[in-house]
Write a protein that binds this ligand. Structure first.
Ligand SMILES: Cc1cc2nc3c(=O)[nH]c(=O)nc-3n(C[C@H](O)[C@H](O)[C@H](O)COP(=O)(O)OP(=O)(O)OC[C@H]3O[C@@H](n4cnc5c(N)ncnc54)[C@H](O)[C@@H]3O)c2cc1C
Length: 441
């Protein structure tokens, strides 16, 4: 018995399908390509393991952990290096440790730190509407810390523009903390105190077999409920039910459909007027550049990676020190690093060929690490990241109103309510419980 069809077998659709199965439903996940995993398909070559999209996740997580446990997905804690992060700015690699020592970083002046320390006593948000990431951060933490913080978060998570991204849509937890406690810092401290004693703190984890391994595990958990080579061309109302058309595979009838595609993909298959609302959403192109080589020709700092500050003077948005925080990403005696290029700030870089972009990263990595870089292995993977500009939260409300008129139809994936795996997990749980409570089934 098939009661829910999920369209799209990226991590969003797979988590959705696995959550439905965990709840006792009989979902079928239809994936257009031959393999599960979507943009997060791991590159494995010559002993290197490059994650071109999601590379790590904070666990435990209240939504993801039960799904991973049900599917028997295996994660490894990150190496100790994951606890140290860097910011590259003004020609200096500033260490930002995961401890109160971060207060002593020379990335910003003491004057700027003193202003940021007044955050708990800073005024209320402007009435109504959405605020940009940059406006939110500078209002709360002052111009200097605010500008750096907004840039790092925009580049590090969305490869986006801090002046364009909506804080409400892109980082809703920060807005919730401000709403709860009148301050982000006070809100975070209150939440930490209210956590039951003995609760394990979330820390960085990596998929044991790479994200492709995770996708394969989730697909295996779905059994014959995962179907590759099944591109969906139409999702249409059929009385009180839904009819899903698969190219070359006929029609499938179902009570409920979850379309786990980016808005542009969903727009091609869902009915109007919802389809018209979904088309034309902004995305930012990115190039993920992997550089590997023997350790004596690729000296990486011990840490998770370095984000580029506003005055970094390099084109990389960030450089992750892959083999320093995740085991198994490079052969013994070798290192692997990956740079993220492009984004809303620098889409022109996408015009460079793979060899040019690798040469650019070699130059910049030499500058950032202060050591010569002699790669033996390189790879460039291009994709694009959905953007949540000002107006996205209001757009989501219109999308929700459109969905309310189409009972049994849902949307999930990284184009809507958060772009990381934790958001995909929350969406799976939210839609799973909505379907549990739904009288239409
Ligand atoms: C550079 C980068 C770094 C990232 N780092 C992290 C990180 O460290 N941690 C983290 O949590 N997240 C990270 N992410 C985000 C994470 O990778 C994404 O949230 C996630 O992979 C998106 O999955 P999805 O299923 O929503 O979309 P997609 O991966 O786009 O999946 C959609 C799937 O639908 C299929 N499809 C398309 N059209 C149809 C159709 N008509 N019928 C059937 N199937 C169809 C596609 O083939 C695809 O498999 C990163 C992303 C990028 C790009």
């Amino acid at each position: 018995m098939t009661d829910v069809i999920v369209v799209g077998g990226g991590l969003g659709g797979l988590l959705m399908g696995a959550e439905l199965k965990r709840r006792g439903a009989h979902p079928v996940v239809l994936e257009a390509s031959g393999k599960p995993g979507g943009v997060a398909r791991t590159v494995r070559d010559a002993g290197f393991l490059l994650e071109p999209a999601a590379g790590s996740v904070l666990l435990p997580n209240p939504d993801l952990t039960p799904i991973f446990e049900a599917a028997a997905a295996v994660f490894d804690p990150a190496l100790e290096g994951a606890r140290t992060r860097f910011v590259y700015d003004r020609g200096v690699l500033f260490e930002i440790p995961e401890s109160p020592r971060f207060l002593f970083t020379r990335l910003v002046s003491w004057r700027a730190k003193l202003r940021a320390a007044r955050e708990p006593w800073t005024g209320a948000p402007p009435p109504g509407g959405e605020e940009s990431l940059l406006d939110f951060f500078t209002r709360r933490f002052g111009a200097d810390v605010g500008q750096i913080g907004a840039n790092l978060m925009a580049h590090g998570v969305f490869a986006g523009n801090p002046e364009a991204l909506s804080i409400q849509a892109a980082f809703p937890k920060m807005v919730a903390l401000e709403a709860e406690a009148g301050s982000v810092v006070r809100g975070a401290m209150r939440r930490r105190k209210s956590r039951p004693k003995g609760t394990r703190r979330a820390s960085v984890h990596v998929a044991h077999d790479g994200m492709t391994g995770l996708a394969a595990t989730l697909a295996a958990y779905l059994g014959d409920g995962f179907r590759a080579d099944s591109p969906v061309t139409d999702v249409a109302r059929d009385g009180k039910r839904w009819r899903v058309t698969v190219d070359g595979g006929g029609h499938l009838g179902t009570d409920a459909v979850v379309v786990a595609l980016v808005p542009g993909g969903a727009a091609k298959i869902v009915p109007d007027p919802l389809a018209a609302l979904l088309g034309d959403r902004p995305t930012a192109p990115v190039a993920v550049v992997g550089i590997g080589g023997p350790s004596d020709g690729l000296r990486l700092p011990t840490g998770f990676g370095a984000l580029a500050g506003p005055d970094a003077g390099i084109r990389a948005l960030g450089i992750l020190f892959e083999s320093q925080y995740a085991g198994g990403r490079a052969p013994v005696g070798h290192e692997l690093t990956k740079g993220i290029y492009g984004g809303a700030a620098d889409p022109e870089v996408m015009g460079l060929g793979d060899e040019e972009i690798v040469a650019l990263m070699v130059r910049e990595l030499t500058e950032v690490t202060g050591s010569p870089v002699r790669p033996s292995w390189t790879r460039v993977v291009r994709s694009s990241i959905p953007q949540y500009p000002i107006g996205h939260a209001a757009w989501m409300q219109r999308v929700d109103a459109g969905l309310a008129a189409l009972p049994g139809l849902h949307l999930c994936g990284w184009g809507y309510r958060g772009i990381g795996l934790s958001s995909l997990g929350s969406e799976a749980v939210r839609i799973g419980s909505a379907l549990d409570d739904w009288e239409g089934r």
